[in-house]
Ligand binder design. Structure first.
Ligand SMILES: NC(=O)C1=CN([C@@H]2O[C@H](COP(=O)(O)OP(=O)(O)OC[C@H]3O[C@@H](n4cnc5c(N)ncnc54)[C@H](OP(=O)(O)O)[C@@H]3O)[C@@H](O)[C@H]2O)C=CC1
Ligand SMILES: O=C(O)C1=N[C@H](C(=O)O)C[C@H](O)C1
Length: 250
């Protein structure tokens, strides 16, 4: 039976991940939490007794978690968002030695939308169609724009044959912003109540709008996807993978 360790097991996602591990017929190897409670805070010890690690914590914890997975040579499934470029580079480097699955969103629906977004962006000229991404999340979320919003922006940029950084980012407009830059990708973030996760990608020309919207009603959809990724990763060679690889969409 595959033993899965949950980094951040006391969190909103961690608690659901623990349930989904056993629902999937795997064994819960244990978990870590930051403030302790009933869980230890030693990722190395957890890595040693796990066949795969799942991390839904906070960006500040990601590098020690990567080191723990590397030391124990165990696959790492990472759902934590808000990573810096340096943390993303560390993850890519870890992928040379262990299987790493990194996804800003483990729901099948969002991963389909990412693929559709790239195809739409490849067909809709950036000079005529402005791309804007609006996301809404619960009041506890600490990073903005959401990881999924950034992934949507990257998909649009890839469809346009560029990168998000080269395309230009217009995020959280406020005050005298001047006119919109052609080709830039816009982001807006709302934080309200207990919204699980909503994302809309809008392509708008002077004469038509195309909008793709995804709403999650239950964050269990992410936990199910991450456990599926862990069971998949234990049979993979080292590499940096995304959910599209797990779903056979790569
Ligand atoms: N990729 C995806 O599909 C999804 C990604 N996410 C992302 O997952 C992450 C967690 O979300 P959520 O569960 O809502 O957050 P919570 O705040 O509910 O949980 C965070 C967990 O991480 C632990 N933690 C916090 N800081 C540290 C630290 N420095 N070192 C080790 N552990 C730490 C907390 O421990 P303690 O309780 O002891 O403080 C807790 O167990 C976020 O980045 C979120 O954006 C969320 C949903 C889906
Ligand atoms: O923090 C959350 O809750 C979520 N975070 C992920 C993100 O930043 O995109 C995924 C999902 O939207 C829920």
């Amino acid at each position: 039976m595959t033993r899965i360790g949950i980094l951040g097991i006391s969190g909103r996602m961690g608690r659901l991940l623990a349930e989904e591990v056993t629902a999937a017929g795997a064994a819960l190897a244990g978990g870590t939490a930051h403030r302790g409670g009933q869980w230890p805070s030693d990722p190395q010890a957890l890595a040693r007794v796990s066949d795969a690690l799942i991390d839904f914590t906070t960006a500040a914890a990601v590098e020690p978690h990567i080191r723990a997975a590397l030391e124990a040579r165990k696959p790492l499934i990472l759902g934590t968002t808000g990573l810096t470029p340096a943390q993303e580079t560390a993850l890519a480097e870890a992928g040379r030695e262990i299987p790493v699955v990194y996804a800003a969103n483990f729901s099948p629906g969002v991963n389909l939308i990412l693929a559709v977004a790239e195809r739409l962006a490849a067909s809709l000229p950036a000079e005529s169609y402005d791309a804007e991404i609006v996301e809404t999340h619960h009041r506890q979320k600490i990073d903005a724009p959401s990881g999924t919003a950034v992934a949507l922006g990257r998909a649009v940029a890839a469809g346009r044959g560029t990168t998000l950084e080269e395309a230009g980012i217009e995020s959280g407009r406020d005050g005298h912003t001047g006119p919109r830059k052609t080709g830039a990708i816009g982001f807006a973030a709302l934080r309200a109540g207990q919204v699980v996760g909503e994302h809309t990608l809008l392509f708008a020309s002077g004469s038509e709008h195309i909008a793709l919207t995804h709403r999650s009603f239950d964050r269990r959809v992410y936990a199910t996807g991450a456990v599926r990724a862990a069971l998949w990763a234990v049979n993979q060679p080292p590499g940096l993978y995304g959910m599209k690889h797990v779903l056979g969409m790569a």
